[in-house]
Design a protein around this ligand. Structure first.
Ligand code: ADE
Ligand code: ZN
Length: 355
């Protein structure tokens, strides 16, 4: 059967959940240029987007650090948070769990409370103005090591837990002693946080094994090489540990030449609970709606696939079970409405998420 293709406008309107996106990488380049000027931060170019071409993860992280440097005052964090959620709303995102990377600002003497107040103000304003819901995940910088992670998690204990729901780990992947993060990540969970980590983006599949088996992380960010290990794939499927895939990010950073080579379709065939995400929307010149269009085109996906991906993202989120089921029912109703607008048959489900 030929898959029903949705138009770009339809895809934009479809309800989405995004679980892997960094607020700094989702900041508008024009905003960054203005913040750099206000904060007397020297950038090597006038337009930050001129830096957005990458030769591998290390190169990407060097640009990401420059982006992070532009954010200094509480109102800077508020502005980029608010604007990124405004853009997400235009892409059909209804709920987002968004990373922030405080390490770079802290290193430059910005107080943790300055960062946190700005982020929460942006989240609250965006909820009021656009109705979008956003929770935050604090990324520890893996190359800074386990002691630094422990210290950061200690700072996070003071944050409003309604907003800060999880601890993640990002940045470079080579030469890192991942096992050393067992203690801080256990501490994070004992303190009531969910945990996730960027694992096997450029690094080997064995990083995922350490993450899920030794660190106990509850979600895998990227997990690009997961299928290289059959036993581990089986375990990730059995335990339904979600994978947040970022196909365009992987192409832009140079892991693969084109989206059509991405392992997402194969992961889904294996039963992996995988969602689609933009990672650093503005640094890759996309939003989540663009990403859905690309995924439709690259993998020959129809509306049912896009719906399954949206539902999988809800399932992968850290919402409570009642909220998840309610959101899934809402999403299914909106996809059915779109089918009727497109004049295609309603989808028949064996069962629907229960009340
Ligand atoms: N921080 C922001 N984006 C990242 C990525 N794609 N990989 C690792 N760390 C990151
Ligand atoms: Zn990321």
């Amino acid at each position: 059967m030929v898959a029903e293709l949705a138009s770009q406008d339809h895809i934009r309107a479809l309800p989405k959940v995004e679980l892997h996106v960094h607020v700094e990488g989702a900041a508008r380049p024009t905003t960054l240029a203005s913040l750099a000027k206000n904060n007397e931060v020297q950038l090597p170019v006038a337009d930050p987007s001129d830096l957005y071409v990458y030769e591998g993860l290390e190169d990407f992280i060097a640009v990401y650090e420059l982006v992070c440097r532009c954010l200094v005052r509480s109102e800077d964090f508020e502005r980029v948070t608010y604007e990124s959620l405004e853009l997400a709303n235009l892409a059909g995102v209804r709920y987002r769990e968004m990373f922030f990377s405080p390490t770079f600002a802290l290193r430059r003497g910005v107080a943790f409370q300055t960062i946190w107040q700005g982020l929460t103000a942006g989240v609250n304003e965006a909820r009021k103005d656009f109705g979008i819901e956003c929770k935050l995940i604090m990324d520890i910088d893996k190359p800074s090591g386990a002691d630094s992670a422990q210290e950061l998690i200690g700072m996070a204990l003071t944050c409003d837990r309604e907003v800060l729901v999880g601890i993640g780990g990002d940045a470079g992947e080579f030469g890192i002693d991942l096992g050393a993060f067992a203690e801080p990540f256990n501490f994070a969970r004992q303190s009531g946080f969910k945990t996730t980590m960027h694992l096997s983006e450029e690094g080997p599949v064995s990083d995922i094994a350490v993450g899920v088996r030794e660190l106990g992380i509850e979600r895998i960010d990227h997990g690009f090489h997961l299928l290289d290990d059959e036993d581990l794939t089986r375990e990730v499927v059995e335990r339904q540990i979600p994978v947040t895939a970022c196909p365009t990010s992987n192409v832009e950073i140079g892991l693969l030449d084109s989206l059509s080579e991405h392992p997402v379709p194969s992961m889904r065939e294996h039963g992996v609970l995988v969602s689609i995400n933009s990672d650093n929307a503005e640094m890759f010149r996309i939003d989540l709606a663009d990403e859905f269009v690309r995924v439709q085109d690259a993998f020959g996906y129809g509306l049912d696939d896009l719906e399954d991906l949206s539902i999988a993202a809800v399932e992968s989120s850290w919402l409570d079970e009642v909220s998840k089921k309610k959101m899934q029912r809402d999403f299914i109703a909106q996809f059915q409405k779109l089918r009727s607008e497109m004049d295609v048959h309603a989808r028949v489900f064996d069962s629907l998420p229960e009340n």
